[in-house]
Design a binder for this molecule. Structure first.
Ligand SMILES: Nc1ncnc2c1ncn2[C@@H]1O[C@H](COP(=O)(O)OP(=O)(O)OP(=O)(O)O)[C@@H](O)[C@H]1O
Length: 281
């Protein structure tokens, strides 16, 4: 039932995205397909809402950056998008999460199926203590993909994650022997092996050196040709460099969202301006 609920289906939606931005007619964006969106989303830890009434849409093949001060709820919001918060005891979600128009926050939805379509990569690279090959093959294998196809999936995923050339001669050695940056690209390859449509990246470069960070940034820009990307970042320059849309969160609320160039040069809200100019506090 849930598989069919999530079957890929084409549907054009005029974006309300980003829902919080009031655009004048000449600024009206072209009709873009919305892959994922939340409407009036609240996320509670116990009684306390960490996310309050957030409505936001993620257009296809765009990188949307989530920025804001520590504790404002960026990770909580990101993790709600593929129901990762289900793992947190006492966490409760109200409101709508829609993937291609299908409700994800409803009883009976298979969260494992959701996460096949909406993959996630975390702040710290977390490869399994297995070979490079086994790391990438893990998800498809678990879902019954035949051995003959696994090699193809592993190669393709590693190529998409810009790691193939560095590891093709040592696929059966431990993933833990890779550098931090390589491990993170391996985790991206592992997510891609499930053939998702959306990638959620939670500060994927924050534990990496500048060279590895640069590679991850290049990779994200490349990946958006095929995927829709949402990224939490503390690094405002990074958001400016790689995102098409920037969203600013503060104390659990979405304060403003807009095209990245506009957000960084001409934000509409004073709180956004203060944050982006470093006058926050
Ligand atoms: N597992 C949890 N249990 C209870 N409260 C939590 C939990 N995770 C986060 N919170 C609270 O929710 C709020 C938002 O946290 P969240 O980690 O989403 O913010 P953030 O903007 O991603 O912060 P940072 O940039 O520091 O990672 C904070 O007040 C935090 O203390």
């Amino acid at each position: 039932m849930v598989v069919s609920m999530l079957a890929r289906k084409e549907q054009a939606v005029i974006p309300a995205a980003p829902l919080s931005v009031n655009k004048s007619p000449e600024q009206e964006p072209k009709a873009q397909k919305i892959v994922l969106e939340t409407k009036h989303l609240y996320v509670y830890y116990g009684e306390k809402p960490a996310i309050k009434n957030v409505s936001l849409a993620f257009p296809e093949h765009q990188v949307t950056a989530l920025i804001g001060p520590s504790g404002c709820g960026k990770s909580t919001y990101l993790r709600s998008l593929n129901r990762m918060n289900d793992e947190v005891a006492g966490c409760r979600i109200e409101g709508d999460i829609l993937y291609k128009g299908e409700h994800l926050n409803r009883p009976g939805v298979d969260v494992f199926e959701v996460r096949k379509h909406i993959g996630m990569v975390f702040q710290r690279p977390n490869p399994f203590a297995k070979s490079i090959f086994e790391n990438v093959a893990f998800g498809p294998k678990h879902h019954g993909v035949k051995k003959a196809l696994l090699e193809e999936i592993v190669e393709e995923s590693l190529k998409k994650a810009a790691l193939w050339d560095e590891v093709k001669d040592r696929l059966h050695t431990s993933a833990l022997a890779l550098s931090g940056g390589q491990q993170q690209r391996l985790c991206i390859a592992r997510a891609l092996a499930m053939n998702p449509e959306v990638l959620l990246l939670d500060e994927p470069a924050s534990a990496l050196d500048p060279v590895s960070t640069g590679k991850i940034e290049e990779l994200i820009v490349e990946l958006k040709k095929e995927y829709t990307v949402a990224i939490v970042t503390h690094n405002m320059q990074q958001a400016a460099r790689i995102s098409d849309i920037t969203t600013f969160f503060y104390m659990g609320e979405l304060i403003e969202a807009g095209e990245t160039s506009q957000m960084f040069t001409n934000p509409k809200k004073k709180q956004t301006e203060d944050y982006l100019s470093g006058n926050f506090g």
